[in-house]
Design a protein around this ligand. Structure first.
Ligand SMILES: [Zn+2]
Length: 316
C-alpha cells in the first residue's frame, strides 16, 4: 500500500476501507470505515468540516446502503474528531480519558494560536501550514458513549474490538482491531514516514501501546498519519521512541537543554521522516518525565522551537 498513498478512499478488503490524506504532516490524517451487512462504523473524522464532508461524500458508495451507526474517535486531537458534527445520528465512542481532554485544545484556541503575531518570519512560515484548514465554524461534538480498558462492538455479525492504549500519544488513545479482517486502525500511535509526537507521555506507555499493536499480529496496520503499513511500520515507531529515550536520557544526564540536545542528536534514518523537528517537543516531554520539577515550554514556544529546528535541519 505504501506505493498507493493517494488522497481519498482505499479498499483494504473484507468490507474495510481507509481514507488517506497525504502527506501525513500536521493535520493531514487518516480515517477508517468498517462495513457490516446493513451498517458501518467510522474510525475518526478529519481536521475541519470541508475535509470531513469530502470524505463522507467519498464514502457514499458504501454508506448509502450501510449508513454510519457508530463513530469511534481514537483520541482527542482535532485532526481526528473535529468533523464529528457532520456524522449525524451516529453514536460517538471514545475512552473516558479521551472525553476528559476533549475540549482541552478547542478549535477556538487553535484559531487563536494561528492569529498570534509571531514577529518572526521563520515561525510565520512554519505556521502557514495550518492555513490549509478552517477552524472558525466547528462545533465541538464530544463522545456520547465512553469506556475504559476494552469494548467490543458488534456490527451485524462482525466483531470490532476497541482497546484503550493510552496514555501514549495523548491521555486517551484507543486502537480499533477488526480480527476477521486482520486489520488494526491505530490512530496516532503509529505514524508512517512521519515523526511521532507526544506532548505529555509517559514514553513507556507509548512504547507499550506499540507492543499491544504488534501482539495482535494484524496483517494490515492503518496509521493515524502516512501510508498503510504492517507490523514493520509499528516496529519503526517503537525504534524511534526507544532511540529518543536513550539519546535524550544521556543528554539530560549531561545537563544539556532539550533544545541543544535536539540539535546534537544524529537522527540518522529517522531524519528522513517528515516533521523531524518534533524531536525537540518529544525531548521536553521526556525531560519532564526524568525530572518532576522540569518546566517545559508553552505551546507557542514549542511551535517556535520546532519552526527553528525545522529551519536548521533544512539548512544543514
Ligand atoms: Zn493526528
Amino acid at each position: 500500500m505504501e506505493n498507493n498513498y493517494t488522497r481519498g478512499l482505499h479498499e483494504l478488503g473484507d468490507g474495510l476501507f481507509t481514507w488517506l490524506l497525504p502527506n501525513g504532516s500536521w493535520g493531514w490524517s487518516n480515517a477508517g470505515l468498517v462495513a457490516g451487512d446493513g451498517r458501518s462504523l467510522l474510525v475518526d473524522t478529519l481536521f475541519d468540516l470541508k475535509l470531513t464532508q469530502e470524505m463522507l461524500d467519498g464514502m457514499k458508495a458504501v454508506t448509502s446502503t450501510r449508513p454510519i451507526s457508530t463513530l469511534v474517535n481514537t483520541h482527542a486531537n482535532g485532526d481526528h474528531c473535529w468533523g464529528n458534527e457532520l456524522v449525524t445520528g451516529a453514536e460517538i465512542i471514545a475512552t473516558d480519558a479521551c472525553a476528559a481532554e476533549f475540549d482541552e485544545m478547542p478549535p477556538s484556541m487553535t484559531q487563536q494560536l494561528l492569529s498570534t503575531e509571531w514577529g518572526d518570519p521563520v515561525v510565520e512560515e512554519y505556521m502557514a501550514a495550518f492555513t490549509a484548514f478552517r477552524f472558525d465554524d466547528i462545533t465541538l461534538t464530544p463522545p456520547s458513549r465512553t469506556f475504559s480498558s476494552e469494548l467490543t462492538i458488534t456490527l451485524d455479525d462482525r466483531e470490532i474490538h476497541l482497546l484503550e492504549v493510552g496514555p501514549a500519544h495523548t491521555q486517551g488513545d484507543l486502537i480499533v482491531h477488526v480480527p476477521d479482517a486482520s486489520t488494526v486502525f491505530t490512530g496516532d500511535i503509529v505514524f508512517v514516514n512521519g515523526t511521532p509526537l507526544w506532548w505529555a507521555g509517559p514514553l513507556d506507555g507509548y512504547i507499550r501501546a506499540c507492543d499491544v499493536i504488534l501482539a495482535l499480529g494484524a496483517d494490515i496496520v492503518v496509521p493515524g498519519h502516512g501510508p498503510v503499513t504492517d507490523n514493520d511500520g509499528v516496529r519503526r515507531v517503537k525504534a524511534y521512541l526507544e532511540f529518543v529515550r536513550t539519546e535524550g536520557t544521556l543528554r539530560h544526564a549531561a545537563g544539556m537543554s532539550a533544545v541543544d540536545a535536539a540539535r546534537d542528536i544524529d537522527l540518522g534514518e529517522f531524519g528522513e521522516w517528515t516533521d523531524a523537528e518534533r524531536i525537540v517537543t518529544n525531548l521536553h516531554s521526556l525531560y519532564g518525565e526524568l525530572d518532576p520539577d522540569y518546566v517545559g515550554p508553552s505551546l507557542e514556544d514549542s511551535m517556535r522551537e520546532m519552526a527553528h529546528l525545522a529551519n536548521h535541519f533544512a539548512s544543514a
